[in-house]
Design a protein around this ligand. Structure first.
Ligand SMILES: Nc1c(NC[C@H](O)[C@H](O)[C@H](O)CO)[nH]c(=O)[nH]c1=O
Ligand SMILES: CC(=O)[C@@H](O)COP(=O)(O)O
Length: 155
């Protein structure tokens, strides 16, 4: 029986990050967490690119461009969608999650879903480096694991 599991070590891993500028006070903390996770697992800073988009709705398109460029082993998508007073939240969340999942399957590389979808600002703050951790850090570690897992399977 063979068991595959992605090791949490960086062997020449290149990462693209797509970050939404909307709610930047949260997204900036998610980026910090992601960079912390990548660097603590020895991903070279020169192997990380960040692309800024206006809002979460624009993430899938740029994630697709990065994923299909052949320049990156994984793409990390970061944003914060916080419910307002209309149904706009529901449409943004739905399209962003479906879009990111589609990009990953169509590009055949890991595309990590690091977009917070919260009812209020407090929930977002909790998940961007306070009592509920940092979703950016989690996505960084997950990206390294997935890249190494795929390399093991395809070896
Ligand atoms: N309300 C939030 C948005 N809304 C903007 C959309 O993402 C998009 O940029 C706009 O509809 C133009 O296409 N974006 C977030 O990232 N977070 C929000 O809470
Ligand atoms: C997630 C959103 O698009 C939302 O923040 C927009 O706020 P509103 O529904 O009050 O227009």
């Amino acid at each position: 029986m063979r068991t595959f599991e992605g090791k949490l070590v960086s062997r020449n891993i290149k990462i693209g990050i797509v970050a939404a500028r909307f709610n930047e006070f949260i997204t900036a903390k998610l980026i910090s967490g992601a960079l912390d996770g990548l660097k603590r697992h020895e991903v070279n800073e020169n192997s990380i690119d960040i692309a800024w988009v206006p809002g979460a709705f624009e993430i899938p398109l740029i994630a697709s461009k990065m994923a299909k460029s052949g320049k990156y082993d994984a793409v990390i998508c970061l944003g914060a969608v916080i419910r307002g007073s209309t149904t706009h939240y529901d449409y943004v969340c739905s399209e962003v999650s479906k879009g990111i999942a589609s990009v990953s399957l169509n590009s055949n590389i890991p595309v990590m879903f690091g977009v917070l979808t919260t009812e209020n600002i407090e929930q977002a703050i909790e998940r961007a480096g306070s009592k509920a951790g940092n979703k950016g850090f989690d996505c960084a570690v997950g990206a390294i694991e997935m890249v190494n897992l795929i390399r093991e399977i395809e070896a």
